[in-house]
Each structure stands twice: as C-alpha cells, then as structure tokens.
Design a protein around this ligand. Structure first.
Ligand code: SF4
Ligand code: SF4
Length: 111
C-alpha cells in the first residue's frame, strides 16, 4: 500500500508537518519542480547596494530565497514558495516577480 492511501502514513505525515519548525524542515514537506529560468529578477543591483541598507528581502522572504553576498543579491529562485511578498515588500520596487511557467514551481504536498 502506498503512503497516499495508508491512513496511518497520512497521519504521520500530518504530524511531521505540525512538528516542523525550521525552514529546512518545512521545505522538506514541499516539492519543487524548478524551471531552468528564474521567475524572479532583481532589476538593479546598484539599488540594492547603494539604497537598501537593511536588505529587507533577506528578512521578509519566508523561503530565504534572497541572500546578500558582499556586493550582490543571490536569488535562489528554485526554493520560492510563490507567496508574492517580494512583489510588495521591496521598498524600491526592485524585484520583478511573476509566477513560474506552467508545470514548474512549488508543489504543496500537504496542501
Ligand atoms: S529589498 Fe529590494 S532593494 Fe532591498 S535588497 Fe532586496 S531587492 Fe534590493
Ligand atoms: S514570492 Fe515569497 S517565497 Fe518567493 S521569493 Fe518572493 S517572498 Fe520569497
């Protein structure tokens, strides 16, 4: 019997979801089918470097997609949860956000 049809496996999976507390644990409960092209684009690296001292996207993104690397923003688009927060959260409207192409992106296993 597969996990999908086994009630005790489903209950155990739900229990794991309830216990997941770190982003790594939560992401393990998700599946990603990443495209080869990013659906997220930082429009101006200079704006991030010179006009955004707090690098807010590294704070508000729940998937920790944005990582500041000395002088540039690394965008790990593969792990995006498609919540849309970076569309409104960047104070300089410096992120171009679209949904991934059809068939790509996050798959909510428990959703
Ligand atoms: S919040 Fe916007 S401007 Fe600031 S670092 Fe992130 S992408 Fe750049
Ligand atoms: S859509 Fe949400 S999860 Fe994806 S990069 Fe933006 S803030 Fe992060």
């Amino acid at each position: 019997m597969s996990d999908d049809t086994n009630p005790s496996a489903t209950a155990a999976s739900g229990s794991a979801a309830a216990k997941a507390t770190t982003i790594e644990e939560k992401q393990y409960l998700l599946r990603f089918n990443a495209d080869t092209q990013s659906h997220l684009h930082v429009l101006s690296a200079d704006v991030c470097l010179d006009h955004c001292p707090d690098k807010l996207c590294t704070i508000f993104c729940p998937a920790e997609v944005y990582k500041w690397e000395d002088i540039r923003m690394h965008v790990g688009y593969e792990g995006c949860h498609e919540c849309g927060s970076c569309r409104i959260g960047c104070p300089h409207e410096n992120i171009k956000w679209v949904y991934p192409k059809g068939g790509h992106g996050i798959v909510f296993r428990l959703g």
